[in-house]
Design a protein around this ligand. Structure first.
Ligand SMILES: [Zn+2]
Length: 309
């Protein structure tokens, strides 16, 4: 390659740094290699995930699956084995939540005047975390979360909720001002993470049932208090199995609430306290059996000590 040629390429790269995609249908944009949802290509921000990507040439459109109401991201990754990879996925998902794929709109290149210099990966992280306040005790909570035996998607859901980046109706209304922010379950207040999991009037009977059934305190005014209770579940006299169940009690309840809320919103399914209760116990047994299967701890029915009371 001649000197001139190299010079041209260098200029080309620098020029490219100032451009990014505004995604419409996502057909023209490379998921990993283009700049679209971040100041940097995702391959640079998430090098660990990029290595795990089955196909590194997918377009944004190919990673998006349309569902009844909206859509979902489908990342085709090889097996996740490390805690850091799980955290990367959660961070990536949080970032993707604000992107909407619109089949009727072409992708568009926009001039990015902020990017006048090369960004480092560290700065890329800072950029996406720019409006996330530092939460005291966050490191302890995330490390607690990754150690729990529960499905990866539930860990990611909890992690995103902890960061206050869950796609609640108030979060959605921030970038789609025409959409309603009112909670679907109580039809009264704005649906935030704090509201849905700690304050929703429609869920009071459910929490009461869970409190009676489990003997756990389960009282929290906001997600910080919720997390504190979630990570400090130790009780004197618990068997190891009971202690394990206590650890997944709140996660199972939150996951059940979230699924029930989604069914109400996207499939217009009615919401019943009894269903929530059944789903919660089902998750506990399901994840608990996973525990037993993994040889970590043996569980039997009486260890759960949970019934509607
Ligand atoms: Zn509500």
């Amino acid at each position: 390659m001649s000197f001139l040629c190299r010079g041209w390429f260098a200029l080309g790269a620098e020029f490219e740094n100032t451009l990014r995609w505004k995604v419409g249908n996502g057909q023209a944009v490379s998921f990993w290699s283009d700049r679209w949802c971040n100041e940097l290509p995702l391959s640079i921000v998430f090098p660990r995930l990029y290595r795990l990507a089955e196909n590194k040439d997918l377009t944004v459109n190919q990673c998006w699956v349309t569902t009844s109401e909206t859509g979902d991201w489908l990342l085709q990754l090889r097996r996740i084995t490390q805690e850091e990879e799980v955290e990367d996925i959660a961070q990536l998902m949080a970032q993707l939540q604000s992107v909407v794929i619109d089949p009727g709109v072409d992708d568009e290149i926009i001039w990015n005047c902020q990017t006048s210099r090369a960004y480092t990966v560290k700065e890329g992280y800072k950029w996406w975390r720019r409006d996330t306040p530092e939460v005291p005790g966050m490191a302890r909570r995330t490390s607690w979360l990754w150690k729990r035996k529960m499905p990866l998607k539930v860990k990611i859901f909890l992690w995103v909720a902890l960061q206050d980046r869950l796609l609640t109706k108030s979060y959605r209304a921030k970038w789609r001002p025409e959409s309603s922010a009112t909670c679907e379950l109580c039809d009264t207040d704005v649906e935030t993470v704090d509201h849905l999991f700690c304050a929703c009037q429609a869920l009071i009977p459910f929490w009461g049932m869970l409190r009676t059934g489990s003997g756990a305190a389960l009282r929290f005014n906001n997600k910080d208090e919720l997390w504190e209770q979630m990570v400090s579940t130790k009780r004197p006299g618990d068997t190891r199995a009971q202690a394990e169940v206590r650890k997944i009690l709140i996660p199972a309840a939150l996951w059940a609430i979230w699924l029930c809320r989604n069914k109400k919103i996207f499939q217009n399914q009615r919401f019943y306290t009894e269903n929530l209760w059944e789903n919660t116990t089902h998750f506990i047994v399901d994840w608990g059996c996973g525990l037993a299967g993994a040889g970590a701890v043996q569980l039997s029915g009486q260890d759960f000590q949970i019934d509607p009371g």
